[in-house]
Design a protein around this ligand. Structure first.
Ligand SMILES: [Zn+2]
Length: 125
C-alpha cells in the first residue's frame, strides 16, 4: 500500500485539534474555537461591522510549488472586509506554544506577498 503517513501510525491525526465542530451557519470547522469565531463574525456582519466573510481562504505564495506539485501558500480561517479594508484571521490556541512550527514562516510569507491585507491572530474567542 502506498500513501502511508507517519502520523497514522500512532492513531493521531496530523493536527492536534481533530474534532470537527459545526457553527450556527452549518459549516464544519476544524475546532470549537473556530466554530465559535465563525458565529462571532456572522454576528458582526449582521451588525454591519464587517462584510464579505469567507471561510478557509487560500493565499498562494507567488507561483512557488511544493515537491508534491501543490501551490505553496497558506490557508487561513476567515477573511472579511472591515471599514473597506481586507482582513484575514487565523484562530490560534490560547498559547503561542500550540502554534504549528511553520506558522511564523507562513505568517512572514503572507506579509511579504500580501502587504495590503491585515492578518490577525485570534487567540481569545
Ligand atoms: Zn462557520
Amino acid at each position: 500500500m502506498s500513501g502511508f503517513r507517519p502520523w497514522q501510525a500512532t492513531g493521531k491525526t496530523k493536527h492536534s485539534v481533530a474534532v470537527k465542530s459545526s457553527c450556527a451557519n452549518g459549516h464544519e470547522h476544524d475546532s470549537k474555537r473556530e466554530a465559535k469565531r465563525c458565529d462571532q463574525l456572522h454576528m458582526l456582519a449582521k451588525g454591519g461591522a464587517i462584510s464579505d466573510i469567507v471561510s478557509q481562504p487560500f493565499y498562494a505564495f507567488g507561483t512557488a510549488k511544493m515537491a508534491n506539485g501543490h501551490r505553496a501558500g497558506v490557508t487561513l480561517d476567515f477573511g472579511y472586509t472591515e471599514d473597506g479594508k481586507p482582513v484575514v484571521e487565523d484562530v490560534k490556541g490560547g498559547s503561542k506554544k500550540a502554534d504549528s512550527r511553520d506558522w511564523p514562516l507562513r505568517k512572514a510569507m503572507f506579509a511579504y506577498f500580501y502587504p495590503g491585507i491585515e492578518l490577525r491572530e485570534v487567540r481569545k474567542v
